[in-house]
Design a protein around this ligand. Structure first.
Ligand SMILES: Nc1nc2c(ncn2[C@@H]2O[C@H](COP(=O)(O)OP(=O)(O)OP(=O)(O)O)[C@@H](O)[C@H]2O)c(=O)[nH]1
Ligand SMILES: [Mg+2]
Length: 112
């Protein structure tokens, strides 16, 4: 769906970007998609939450290794947006309270 994402940039205030923490083979493609979103003019003011999902599954690479591989600290340092990361399992519910808190906080900041 990546090619049509930009149709939804118009009134986007917050962006949740989900990465598959159980599938490192998608990491480079995901990283390119993420960089494209972060450099989009219309998303310059958006708050960004990067979700590493499926942490309940075994994986030959840790989330920290994946973050390091895509140089996430550099991406966060260079991005115009305020970027937060969370490690979750959508299936088990792990980390979802953190996501809800982020949504509430972001919404509150938007209304100010
Ligand atoms: N174990 C586990 N499974 C999950 C989780 N979240 C979603 N899924 C399952 O993952 C499947 C959908 O994810 P993907 O197959 O990666 O779907 P996709 O990202 O649209 O497609 P791909 O491009 O093939 O990765 C469904 O079967 C979900 O039930 C999770 O946190 N843990
Ligand atoms: Mg997937």
């Amino acid at each position: 769906m990546g090619p049509i994402w930009s149709s939804y940039f118009g009134n986007c205030h917050s962006l949740l970007f989900m990465m598959d923490a159980a599938n490192p083979t998608q990491l480079s493609a995901s990283c390119v998609q993420l960089l494209g979103l972060l450099s989009a003019e219309q998303l310059a003011e958006a708050s960004v939450l990067i979700l590493f999902n499926k942490i309940d599954l075994p994986c030959y690479m840790t989330v920290d290794e994946m973050k390091s591989l895509i140089r996430l600290p550099d991406i966060i340092a260079c991005a115009k947006q305020n970027i937060t990361t969370a490690e979750i399992s959508a299936q088990k519910g792990t980390g979802l309270s953190e996501v809800l808190r982020w949504l509430q906080d972001t919404h509150r900041t938007d209304r100010r």
